[in-house]
Design a protein around this ligand. Structure first.
Ligand code: NAD
Length: 278
């Protein structure tokens, strides 16, 4: 099976569907990632704060898959934005992952109270120029944060990784990203299982029309919007199910019906707001 790739604004390619390991316990990570690689995933999304980079690295090392066939993302945690901390942090991540460089390194949150995301972004530019990461991006950045780093450095992030699912579509950010050649990575693509997304008629009807599961319909909706996704599961059957989304397409009407799920007032958000994480 071939997973489509998306071209980033720096020319690098990223598999549009990957495997995210937030909340995969460190002790289970090697097995879970090994299984994901076995069933066909080639893009892994982790972060220093997840505490499981070592397990990701062990699974990669054990897989025998050539490095250039894998796409690995990790992220700079909030307490390491200052001074030369980003360089120390990526060094520690690379050691744990057993890699010379990652494919994508992200500023995990803008931490507006600390007012240091411009500095962190300047450091990521240096890390990219030093060859420690092929691409650089941000996560949980809202439009004012994005505008600020671009204005300060002239360097546009390759991606913004934000909470995004049918009930919370963040159109202000996605519109800015589309206008500025930034790809959107949708975290919590299934709403983190925190609300009954699957009970929503637009999702259930499309699922029965295509003989697919509600999760597959929601992932397909992301893909048809051009979003990059990496749903998390530790169950092999769900890893397979979440990858099996390339043999059908939602109609324009089905996409529009799922677009209409977002109440538009922010109430669909299931996790932290970027202004609250410092
Ligand atoms: P998700 O939307 O992928 O939800 C995961 C949950 O959905 C699972 O625990 C499971 O309960 C359920 N699920 C998965 N597959 C299913 C299926 N086929 N059918 C039914 N239920 C299913 O949420 P997530 O894990 O938070 O997000 C995905 C990835 O995004 C993370 O693993 C992580 O890599 C990344 N992420 C990034 C940030 C950030 O701040 N940058 C925050 C959260 C997550």
């Amino acid at each position: 099976m071939t997973i489509p790739t998306v071209t980033l604004n720096d020319g690098n390619q990223i598999p549009q569907l990957g495997y995210g390991v937030f909340k995969v316990p460190p002790a289970d990570t090697e097995r879970a990632v090994a299984e994901a690689l076995e069933v066909g995933y080639r893009h892994i999304d982790t972060a220093a704060i997840y505490g499981n980079e070592q397990g990701v690295g062990a699974a990669i090392a054990g897989s025998g898959i050539p490095r250039d066939e894998l796409f690995v993302t990790t992220k700079l945690w909030n307490d390491r934005h200052d001074g030369d901390e980003p360089r120390a942090a990526i060094g520690e991540s690379l050691d744990k992952l057993g890699l010379d460089a990652v494919d994508l390194y992200l500023v995990h949150w803008p931490t507006p109270a600390a007012d240091n995301h411009v500095h962190a972004w300047e450091k990521l530019i240096e890390l990219r120029d030093a060859g420690l990461t092929r691409s650089i991006g941000v996560s949980n950045f809202l439009v004012p944060h994005l505008e600020r780093i671009v204005e300060a450095t002239g360097v546009v992030p390759a991606v913004d990784q934000i909470e995004l699912h049918p009930a919370y579509q963040q159109r202000e950010v996605t519109d800015w990203a589309a206008a500025n050649d930034v790809r959107i990575e949708a975290w919590g693509p299934l709403g983190q299982g925190k609300y009954d997304l699957f009970g929503v008629p637009a999702v259930a009807e499309a699922a029965s029309a295509h003989g697919k599961s509600p999760a597959q319909v929601v992932l397909r909706w992301h893909l048809q919007h051009g979003f990059i996704v990496f749903p998390k599961s530790v169950r092999r059957e769900r890893l397979e199910e979440n990858l099996d989304v390339f043999d059908f397409a939602l109609t324009d009407a089905e996409v529009a019906a799922i677009d209409a799920i977002d109440p538009g007032d922010g109430s669909g958000r299931v996790s932290a707001h970027p202004d609250e994480v410092n």
